[in-house]
Design a protein around this ligand. Structure first.
Ligand code: PXP
Length: 242
C-alpha cells in the first residue's frame, strides 16, 4: 500500500557538474547553471554536498545557490563545527547529515545515529531552531530510524547504495529492508527519502515500494545529461517516479 498522498519529489544532486569543473580548475561547467536547468526541467529540490576537502562543491556554490535556487536547497554535510557554521550562515531549506571519510570515493554507508545519539541531538538543535529541516542519511535499519526520531530529526534519507550495488540474488532482501525502515519512518511521522547509487533502471523497484516521498539522485542524472542534456535527463527521471 502506498503511504504517499502527493507526488514523489526529485532532488537533483549537481555535485558532479562541479567535479568536472574542479578537474581543470576552470569556471565551467557551473553547478549553478545546472541547478537552474534541473529546476526548469521539473526538479523539486537541488541537493549539494559540501565536503570537507571541497573536492567538488565550493563555498561560493553554496552561497550563490542559496540565492538562486527557486525550489529548495538541500545541503548535505558532515556533522562538524565548520559545517554547522556554514549552514547557520546560509540557511538552506534542508540539511542532510552524512558520514564523511576523506579517502572515500563517495559516501559509504549511513550515519550511525544510534552510536552518536547525544552528540547529534545537540548538533541538530540549533539548525532546527534556525528553521532548517534536518534529515539523517542512514542505513535502512529501524534502530537508526528510531534514533533519528528520538534526536528530533524531521526526515530520514535511507541509503540505497547497498541495494544498488548488490547482485540480483540479494536485491529482494535489501528492498525488504528499505521497505521496513521506510514504513517505520512513516509510522514515526518522519519524512522518508532515499538516495545513493540510483539510476534509471534500479530505481524502478524502489519507487514501487511506495514509501519514499523524496529521492536525491546525482551521478546517473549528470552522466546522462552529458549526452542528452539536463532537460531530458531530469525529465526522464521524473517520469520514472510516478
Ligand atoms: N544522497 C546522499 C545523502 C548522498 O550523499 C549522495 C551522494 O552525494 C546522493 C544522495 C546522490 O548519490 P548519487 O550521486 O549516487 O545519485
Amino acid at each position: 500500500m502506498s503511504h504517499l498522498s502527493s507526488a514523489v519529489r526529485l532532488g537533483v544532486n549537481v555535485d558532479h557538474v562541479a567535479t568536472l569543473r574542479q578537474a581543470r580548475g576552470t569556471r565551467y561547467p557551473d553547478p549553478v547553471t545546472a541547478a537552474a536547468m534541473a529546476e526548469l526541467a521539473g526538479a523539486d529540490q537541488i541537493t549539494i554536498h559540501l565536503r570537507e576537502d571541497r573536492r567538488h562543491i565550493q563555498d561560493r556554490d553554496v552561497r550563490i545557490l542559496r540565492e538562486t535556487v527557486q525550489t529548495r536547497l538541500n545541503l548535505e554535510m558532515a556533522a562538524t563545527a565548520e559545517m554547522a557554521r556554514i549552514a547557520l550562515e546560509t540557511l538552506p531549506h534542508m540539511v542532510t547529515l552524512v558520514p564523511e571519510k576523506r579517502e572515500e570515493q563517495t559516501t559509504e554507508g549511513g550515519l550511525d545515529v544510534v552510536r552518536a545519539q547525544a552528540m547529534l541531538a545537540d548538533y541538530i538543535a540549533p539548525l532546527r531552531d534556525a528553521g532548517i529541516v534536518v534529515s539523517m542519511f542512514i542505513d535502512p535499519d529501524v534502530q537508526q530510524v528510531q534514533a533519528s526520531r528520538d534526536i528530533g530529526a524531521d526526515s530520514v534519507e535511507l541509503h540505497t547504495g547497498d541495494y544498488c550495488e548488490a547482485p540480483e540474488s540479494e536485491r529482494e532482501a535489501l528492498l525488504g529492508a528499505l521497505l521496513t525502515a521506510g514504513e517505520c519512518g512513516h509510522d514515526l511521522g518522519l519524512i522518508v527519502a532515499a538516495g545513493h547509487g540510483l539510476d534509471y533502471k534500479n530505481i524502478l523497484p524502489v519507487v514501487e515500494l511506495g514509501v519514499f516521498e523524496e529521492f536525491n539522485i546525482g551521478h546517473s542524472i549528470v552522466a546522462r545529461a552529458v549526452f542528452v542534456g539536463f532537460d531530458r535527463a531530469v525529465g526522464e527521471m521524473i517520469a520514472l517516479l510516478v
